[in-house]
Design a protein around this ligand. Structure first.
Ligand code: BG6
Length: 471
């Protein structure tokens, strides 16, 4: 539908930006921090994905928050590193880690920036991983204890909480993003049991949040994208529905409705992958109710019915956004109507509108986009970064939020990825997303100096005009 006069963004719309702890903080072993699975599996100083210093935000958070304020952010979405708070995951607390996030939150509040806190963004404590990670039910209790610590420490300052970032991507692409646990536990059956334990942990955490902090709001943060059928052939439509259920709806149905989506359960049962339920699990899942749905959106996916041939599979193997295909289930297709970025991710602003409409239609919960952006090899020249491609990408997506609002969807915030340059999950610091450039390469840390990109000035005008000036 088209609108001659789409309504303006609400006055209290949360214009924000996002980061995650392990990708931005650095200081990976300082001030009592314990090791996470990322520290164990993903430190490769000789090549890409070296997270040890990252953007050094841990030491430069004051400068960064001042820049966020200059950008005009109304909200900043960041994650807390579990291993800073509880170094081994379930043992003694680490006062220095707790203090760091008090300082960060206080600095944000002093500038009038709403903190949106993700409890867990890929960086499981390595000590828990050694004891089986999410395969071990004790990790559920450890997570709930960790969440309780955060609610008690920061609950008087933080109003918005996100449970687990992209649980669906950890389940589907754990190898690419470095979250797959011990080698013995990487078969699909174990992974879906781990996934189930995360569901229980998130549900218990949402219930705990409501009990301890009745004024706060909490929700899940999966990666959700519309899935298109490759053609109008009914078999392709069935394949698209099936993949939508397994990639997207499984994660939202459990979070919102407390039950497994029937198509997703059918997929698991057919393959002998159904998770075992402990006696209290069904009741725990039913008792966890989100106040909103946060979702990360980068691209859509297009799939068709499986032909059973190797050509069903994307040869690069897929990642968070490149659809992979599964023999006997669905085949991967490129969408001929969409351009792709340098990393092969299709660019589909309209797909973000359809994603919002579908989510609202199915769940009727307020939405917030907690990630959206396009990675690029930015170039710093003469103190400037002319990232017009980033402005183009974000402008088109923001225009679609406005249309979704006109469609009647409740959207209360937009947090592009990322507030500042940080290290990509598996493609290094050269794949940049930020409004603020951080001067370093994969191997040379240089001065880590901050420079405002062209997109910084543009986004600050968008925010100042409450989304009217997308110029
Ligand atoms: C999301 C993650 O999958 O996508 C982020 O939540 C990640 O952590 C972002 O950085 C972009 O992906 P990538 O692989 O380009 O860093």
């Amino acid at each position: 539908m088209q609108y001659a006069h789409p309504r303006p963004f609400p006055d209290d719309f949360l214009w924000g930006a996002s980061t995650s702890a392990y990708q931005v903080e650095g200081a990976w072993n300082e001030d009592g921090k314990g090791a996470s699975v990322i520290d164990v599996h993903m430190h490769r100083p000789e090549g890409v994905t070296d997270f040890r210093v990252a953007a050094d935000h841990y030491h430069r958070y004051e400068e960064d928050v001042s820049l966020f304020a200059e950008l005009g952010l109304k909200a900043y979405r960041f994650s807390i590193a579990w291993t800073r708070i509880i170094p081994d995951g379930d043992g003694p607390l680490n006062p220095a880690g707790i203090t760091f996030y008090h300082r960060l939150i206080d600095a944000l509040l002093a500038k009038g920036i709403e903190p949106l806190v993700t409890l867990y963004h890929f960086d499981l404590p390595a000590a828990l991983d050694e004891r089986g990670g999410w395969s071990n039910r004790d990790t559920v209790d450890a997570f709930v204890r960790y969440a309780r610590t955060l609610f008690e420490e920061y609950g008087s300052k933080v109003r918005y909480w996100l449970t687990i970032n992209e649980q669906n991507m950890m389940t589907l692409h754990g190898k690419a993003i470095g979250t797959t646990g011990r080698s013995g536990d990487t078969d699909k059956r174990s992974i879906y049991q781990q996934n189930h334990h995360m569901f229980v942990a998130a549900a218990r955490t949402m219930a705990l949040c409501h009990e301890l902090l009745p004024e706060a709001k909490i929700g899940p943060a999966p990666n959700i994208v519309s899935v298109y059928p490759a053609s109008p052939a009914p078999e392709d439509v069935v394949a698209a529905d099936d993949w939508d259920a397994v990639r997207n709806l499984l994660y939202l149905d459990v979070a919102v409705r407390g039950t497994y989506h029937p198509l997703a359960w059918g997929y698991l049962a057919e393959r002998g992958l159904e998770p075992a339920f402990a006696p209290d699990d069904a009741a725990d899942l039913a008792a966890g109710h989100p106040d909103f749905i946060a979702f990360n959106y980068y691209s859509t996916q297009t799939v068709g019915a499986s032909t059973g041939a190797a050509s069903d599979l994307e040869t690069r193997g897929g990642d968070q956004q490149i659809v992979r295909g599964e023999l006997g289930f669905y085949r991967a297709e490129k969408n001929p109507h969409l351009p792709r970025n340098e990393f092969g991710w299709e660019i589909d602003p309209v797909g973000m509108r359809t994603t919002m409409r579908r989510l609202w239609d199915r769940y009727r919960l307020p939405l917030i986009i907690t990630e959206n952006g396009s990675g690029a090899f930015d170039e710093l020249r003469d103190g400037r970064v002319h990232d017009t491609y980033r402005v183009d990408y974000l402008r088109q997506h923001i225009a679609q939020i406005r249309l979704a609002l006109a469609d009647g969807v409740q959207v209360f915030g937009y947090c592009p990825w990322s507030a500042i340059d940080l290290v990509s999950t598996h493609q290094g610091i050269s794949k940049r997303y930020g409004f603020i450039h951080v001067d370093r390469t994969e191997t040379d840390l240089r001065e880590l100096a901050r420079t405002k990109k062209d997109s910084f000035g543009w986004y600050s005008r968008v925010i100042a005009s409450n989304g009217e000036d997308l110029g």
